[in-house]
Design a protein. Structure first.
Length: 171
């Protein structure tokens, strides 16, 4: 990359930072875009996605059960507790967003995909598959405390729905 391109990029980054901080708002830090989880991270194809207590959400998501026992210690330094819980998404042409509400981001994080870091928001990119197939993703919940009633916001095509998960506790 030539020097002019580098300088232009640095000026753009600096200007964006100044704009964001000079508005005087108290909205807090900028929210990072959702981590993208792509088709290469599908670990299995499910034909019966609602077995084992999985719940339908917005017609295209099979969310983990209401109660998730057996929370274990995590290797993540900022998130000492972990509960594995896969996510199952119907193959489609629309992205699906899952996020931890702002008031919960200091207490819970999520991760789905292969070896992905804990984040507050995930976007499952569209993954076309044969009809009737659902894509399964490894992942789960990370917590500051050993248990919590964690809400997640699911968004698909302009519709949203909050689903609660009892991680280590019944809610």
């Amino acid at each position: 990359m030539d020097r002019t391109c580098v300088l232009t990029a640095l000026v753009a980054i600096a200007a964006a930072g100044c704009t964001a901080t000079s508005t005087g708002t108290t909205a807090g830090p900028a929210v990072a875009p959702p981590m993208r989880v792509g088709c290469l991270e599908v670990i299995d194809r499910a034909r019966r996605p609602f077995e084992g207590g999985y719940r339908p959400v917005l017609g295209v998501i099979a969310a983990p059960p209401t109660y998730l026992p057996q929370v274990v210690r995590s290797a993540e330094p900022h998130w000492p507790y972990w509960r594995k819980a896969g996510m199952v998404i119907r193959a489609s042409a629309v992205p699906i967003d899952v996020r931890v509400p702002a008031k919960w981001r200091d207490r819970a994080a999520i991760t789905w995909g292969n070896g992905r870091p804990p984040v507050s928001a995930i976007r499952f990119t569209p993954c076309p598959s044969p009809p009737g197939v659902w894509n399964a993703y490894a992942g789960g919940f990370l917590l500051k405390a050993r248990s919590a009633c964690v809400p997640l916001v699911f968004e698909v095509g302009g519709r949203s729905h909050v689903v609660r998960f009892g991680v280590g506790v019944r809610c």
